[in-house]
Design a protein around this ligand. Sequence first.
Ligand code: FES
Ligand code: FES
Length: 150
Amino acid sequence: MSLKVNGERREVNIRTSETLLNVLRNQLGLTGAKPGCLNGDCGACTVHVDGWPMKSCLMLGVEGVDKEITTIEGLENTPIQQAFIEQFAFQCGYCTPGFIMNCQSLIEQHPDASDEMIQEWLESNICRCTGYQEIEQAIKSVLVRKQNSE
Ligand code: FES
Ligand code: FES
């Protein structure tokens, strides 16, 4: 069996009950997606599946076959990563890969997102140590720069 992850086809041996999060971390060594609540609440495990943010703790590995999967390791030098640094949008960083995957998807899918949409979109992720305002600022700074460059 194989999965397409970060543009590369990788051979994996997936047990039927194994989550995508486990496959990514334990078989492919992609440890950027983090185990948090493991029940869909925190978003620390967020990856992209066919461009949409998905909680990889809620998805079976076998469901990833024939899909395009992107993890934080596959996002290289995206403006949102730099914006998180500029806006001090993290502290311990445990939630950060999940937030960045979610934010990147918002930027791609809704480049004209309103404040309400940004807030709603961020509700799927939980950070226990920093303010959400900085994360919102990071998204907005990327959206503004994107709109100005078009
Ligand atoms: S670990 Fe997947 S949502 Fe919390
Ligand atoms: S920065 Fe620590 S959990 Fe979000």
